[in-house]
Design a protein around this ligand. Structure first.
Ligand SMILES: [Zn+2]
Length: 506
C-alpha cells in the first residue's frame, strides 16, 4: 500500500523500483521477526501506462494474478527466507473474496506458497455498506478458507470499522469463533481504545437480546471511560462458555471455482442468513449428497456434466436462477428445458405444496423462469395478477433430484420471504444434514430454532455449527411468545411434506 488516503493506492508491481521497495520492506520485517503477516493490501489496482502495456491482450485478472504470484515467490518469500530461513509467512486476505482475482490475489496459487493464510471476517454493517457484506460471512469465509488450505488457516481478523452499533462488532467476533477459527485478531489497538458512543447502543437494546449493551457499557471502577475493548472482552467471555462444546462444522456443500465472479457474488452469505448453513468448497464436492450451486459455479466449463453425473448417481443438486441464466443453453440442452427470461415480476403472494398461501406486506421483485408443462414442477410458486412464477422448482433427473431456486433481484429480499416458504427451502436444502433451521420473522425480531431432522435422532441433541449459543428464550423480544412459537414449530414440522423426495403426482 503506497497511500491509503488516495483510494487505497497500491504498489505498481510492473515498475521495478516499486518491487525493490517491497523487497526492502519484507527484508527488514523478516530480519527482525520470525512471523510476518501481510495485511490485506497485497493486491494491485494499478492501471498506469506501464501496466496497460504489460497486460496486453490478457484480462486484468490474468495479468495481475500472474504478476502477484511471481512477486509472492521472488520478492516476498525468497527475500524473507534469504535473511531468515525460519520465518513463517502468512498472507491475510480481506473480506471481498469474490473479487480477489481481479486485483491479483490468487486463492489457487498463493495459499500453496505461503506457510499460512488468514481470513478477514470484518463484515461491519450489513445495511449501510457498499460491499454486500452480510454478518453470516464472518462464519462462512472461515470455513471456505479452511477448505482451501486445510489446517493452515491461521485465524479470523475482525475490526471495529464502519459499525453503526456495537452489536454488529460483537457478532463478527462470535461468528468468527463459531466457525472454529484457531485464533482471532482484534484489529487494531487504536480502534479498541476508542470510547463507546451514544450511537453504539442499538435501537433494539433493552429487549433481552444476547448482546446486552447496557450491562457492558456500565462504568468500571478505576476506568475513566468504557471503550470498544470492553465490548470485545465481554463478547469473547460470553462466547467462551460455548466454544469448548463446538463440534465439527457441517453445512450444505457448495462450490465456488477459483477466480469466479458472477451476478450472484456474495449470495452464499445471504443464503446463510436465511438459515442455509453453507460449506463452500473450491472444488466440486462430488461426494456430497446435495450440492448447492450459484451463478459463480458456471465458471467451471465442465459444470453441467458434473451435475449430470451427480444426479444420475442418485445425489441432489440445487441451482439458483442466476446459475440457469449463466448456463442457459447448456442447461436447457442437457439438464431441463427451463429458461431464465427477461420478464420480472413484482410479487407478494406465495403458494406451495403443504404450506398453503402466504402474503407479504410489500412487493419484492423476482425474475421469471419458464418451463415446459409436465416436464418439471413448481413446489413453491409466487402469484401476482393471475400469473404464477416458480420460486422453488423441481426436476426429477436420473436417480437424483434437481431443484431451481429463484433469487429475488435484491438478495436482501430473501430475508422478507414468509417463514413457511423459507422453511420449505431450508428443508429441501438441508435434507442431507442431521438438523435444519426453522423459524419465523416478525416485525420486531427474527427467531430461529433448530429442528431435529427426524424423531429417531432426537436422542442426540441437535447442533449445527452456525447455530447461536444464546438461550432461545433470549433471542426474541419476549419469552412467552418464543415458547409458543416453539410449540407451533413442532406442529408445523410434523405437517411439512418431504418436498421433492418423491415425484409429485398430477
Ligand atoms: Zn502500474
Amino acid at each position: 500500500m503506497r497511500n491509503e488516503r488516495n483510494l487505497f493506492e497500491t504498489f505498481c508491481y510492473t515498475k521495478p523500483d516499486h518491487r525493490a521497495k517491497v523487497r526492502e520492506i519484507i527484508e527488514v520485517s523478516a530480519r527482525n521477526f520470525d512471523e510476518v503477516i501481510l495485511d490485506d493490501f497485497f493486491f494491485t489496482s494499478c492501471k498506469c501506462a506501464d501496466c496497460v502495456r504489460a497486460k496486453g491482450d490478457r484480462s486484468w485478472a490474468e495479468y495481475r494474478m500472474a504478476l502477484l504470484t511471481e512477486v509472492s515467490q521472488r520478492d516476498i518469500i525468497a527475500t524473507a527466507r534469504a535473511v531468515n530461513p525460519h520465518v513463517k509467512l502468512t498472507i491475510k486476505y480481506p473480506n471481498w473474496y469474490e473479487h480477489f482475482h481481479g486485483m491479483g490475489y490468487s486463492l489457487e496459487a498463493q495459499p500453496k506458497l505461503f506457510d499460512f493464510i488468514y481470513t478477514g471476517t470484518e463484515t461491519r454493517d450489513s445495511v449501510y455498506n457498499h460491499q454486500h457484506l452480510q454478518p453470516y460471512q464472518s462464519y462462512q469465509q472461515i470455513r471456505y478458507f479452511e477448505n482451501i488450505a486445510p489446517g493452515r488457516n491461521g485465524g479470523g481478523w475482525v475490526d471495529t470499522a464502519n459499525r453503526l452499533v456495537a452489536d454488529r462488532y460483537a457478532e463478527q467476533l462470535w461468528l468468527t469463533l463459531f466457525a472454529k477459527a484457531p485464533e482471532i485478531m482484534l484489529f487494531a489497538l487504536h480502534e479498541l481504545i476508542e470510547p463507546l458512543r451514544a450511537e453504539d447502543r442499538a435501537p433494539w437494546q433493552g429487549q433481552g437480546t444476547s448482546f446486552d449493551y447496557d450491562a457492558i457499557a456500565k462504568p468500571i471502577d478505576g476506568l475513566r471511560e468504557t471503550t470498544l475493548a470492553r465490548v470485545a472482552g465481554a463478547s469473547l467471555e460470553l462466547a467462551d462458555r460455548y466454544l469448548g462444546k463446538l463440534g465439527r462444522p457441517v453445512g450444505i456443500a457448495s462450490y465456488r471455482p477459483y477466480h469466479s465472479s458472477s451476478d450472484e457474488d456474495f449470495l452464499h452469505n445471504y443464503l446463510g442468513g436465511v438459515g442455509l448453513p453453507i460449506d463452500l468448497h473450491p472444488e466440486f464436492p462430488a461426494d456430497a449428497p446435495l450440492v448447492l450451486l450459484t451463478a459463480g459455479a458456471a465458471h467451471d466449463p465442465d459444470i453441467i456434466s458434473k451435475i449430470q453425473k451427480h444426479l444420475v448417481a442418485g445425489r441432489d443438486v440445487i441451482v439458483t436462477s442466476g446459475f440457469v441464466r449463466a448456463t442457459q443453453e447448456r442447461f436447457r440442452r442437457d439438464l431441463a428445458d427451463i429458461t431464465y427470461t427477461d420478464h420480472k415480476a413484482l410479487t407478494r403472494e406465495f403458494w406451495g405444496y403443504g404450506i398453503g398461501k402466504h402474503k407479504l406486506e410489500r412487493d419484492i421483485l423476482i425474475p421469471e423462469l419458464r418451463y415446459n408443462t409436465n416436464d418439471s414442477w413448481e413446489l413453491i410458486a409466487s402469484m401476482t395478477h393471475g400469473l404464477g412464477y416458480p420460486l422453488l422448482h423441481y426436476v426429477p433427473y436420473g436417480e437424483g433430484r434437481l431443484y431451481v431456486l429463484t433469487m429475488p433481484e435484491n438478495f436482501g429480499d430473501l430475508y422478507e420471504l414468509p417463514a413457511p416458504v423459507l422453511d420449505a427451502i431450508r428443508q429441501t436444502a438441508s435434507k442431507s444434514l442431521f438438523a435444519r433451521l426453522q423459524g419465523r420473522r416478525s416485525s420486531r425480531c427474527s427467531s430461529t430454532t433448530i429442528a431435529p431432522r427426524s424423531c429417531s435422532r432426537s436422542a442426540t441433541k441437535p447442533r449445527t455449527s452456525a447455530s447461536s449459543p444464546i438461550p432461545r428464550s433470549r433471542r426474541c423480544a419476549t419469552r412467552s411468545p418464543a415458547r409458543k412459537f416453539r410449540a407451533r414449530s413442532r406442529k408445523a414440522r410434523a405437517s411439512l411434506p418431504e418436498i421433492g423426495w418423491s415425484s409429485p403426482r398430477r
